[in-house]
Design a protein around this ligand. Structure first.
Ligand code: FE2
Length: 365
């Protein structure tokens, strides 16, 4: 009598007499056996109750053993299959081994031989599963390590951005405030947590390309020459180039870095993108970046008042700015006296979850 925790086995043969012989043998070894008279019946039974071991005859009407074997390997790859063949069919049995059967027994068989093959097949199965488990764990560890290395590189870049900003009283705290404004707009728009993570990353690193812009040009108090202006316009492209190797899995953040100076009317830079060509997350950061820039002192002009900056956002709706993002900004700050925000504390950046976990929950715009 099989034990309640006995290993389950399915015996497939169109000859009831042979099935019974195998079932008796396996039950004698403590297996819990089910029987199927055809391949089709076997697949139906496995569908409801997959088992670790199948012993199947090769020659059966309707569905032969090879077809059944292919189905089992494809649908239940951890199931061990032993095929039973006539001596004259040894070539087919070898073909079955190549397809993934773990062993075969030739008829007429000795019971001791079947017993030994079954035990060996189950051992092989356990080993295969252990190897597969080990491979999966190893793969996961490698991915985690790679991710950690990318995060450390991002932290260094983040530190560099803040170092450069702090050196210049005009830009001090700009990136963290832009990230803060962007987060508040994003929350109003109902962006998902994964998208919000990507926005935080892109917003905080959006001006990293200024590393590649001459400080003399960045800090020039007077009017820029055409060449100097063109030089500053390069910073989104430089930033995207710096971050591309680290942000393969976060295209949204990369798009924010490259396109945060694009405008809805196509008059922005570097690509002159228009309307829907500019991703929603980029438009969110565009509003945040402009508001912070307007309310900060620049070498060439004083800070605009909050009221004037809000008016600029309002006036730029539809031409420079995405109207729902402007409205979300206004909804996030119903009391303008809360503006501009105090510069938040810098926190370490994290890479958002892998792309397949991303879901955008914002309403269509
Ligand atoms: Fe910028």
């Amino acid at each position: 009598m099989p034990q309640p925790n006995a290993v389950k086995c399915l015996v497939v043969d169109d000859e009831p007499r042979l099935r019974r012989v195998l079932v008796r043998l396996l039950e004698g070894e403590g297996f819990s056996c089910a029987e199927a008279g055809s391949g089709t019946e076997a697949l139906e039974m496995l569908q409801h109750d997959p088992v670790p071991l199948v012993i199947s005859d090769l020659r059966m009407p309707q569905m032969d053993g090879v077809t059944l074997l292919r189905e089992i390997i494809a649908r239940w790859p951890t199931t061990a299959v032993i095929v039973v063949t006539a001596v004259a069919e040894v070539e087919s049995a070898v073909a079955c081994l190549q397809l993934g059967a773990l062993d075969y027994v030739a008829k007429p068989f000795h019971l001791d031989e079947v017993r030994a093959r079954v035990m060996q097949a189950l051992d092989k199965r356990s080993l295969k599963m252990e190897v597969e488990d080990y491979r999966r764990t190893l793969e996961q560890r490698v991915q985690e390590q790679a991710r950690r290395i990318e995060e450390l590189s991002l932290e260094r870049l983040q530190a560099l951005v803040h170092f450069l900003e702090e050196k210049d009283p005009y830009t001090s705290g700009h990136s963290v405030r832009v990230a803060d404004y962007s987060a508040r707009i994003g929350r109003q728009l109902g962006l998902s947590p994964a998208v919000m993570d990507a926005v935080a990353l892109g917003a905080e690193l959006h001006d990293i390309g200024k590393i590649g812009v001459s400080e003399a040009v960045l800090h020039k108090a007077g009017k820029l020459t055409d060449a100097e202006y063109r030089h500053i316009l390069e910073h989104p492209v430089i930033g995207a180039r710096i971050l591309a190797p680290l942000m393969r899995d976060v295209p949204t953040a990369l798009a924010i870095v490259r396109s945060h100076h694009e405008r809805l009317d196509g008059k922005g830079f570097p690509d002159g993108l228009k309307g829907d060509q500019i991703p929603l997350e980029v438009r969110v950061v565009g509003v945040a970046d402009s508001f912070d820039a307007m309310t900060s002192v620049r070498p060439y002009r004083p800070a605009l008042s909050v009221q004037k900056a809000l008016q600029e956002l309002e006036d730029g709706k539809g031409s420079q700015f995405h109207p729902p993002a402007v409205e979300a900004f206004l909804a996030a700050f119903p009391d303008p006296s809360a503006l501009p925000v105090t510069t938040p504390e810098v926190r370490p950046l994290h890479l958002p979850p892998p792309p397949d976990a991303h879901r955008r929950s914002a309403p269509p715009d």
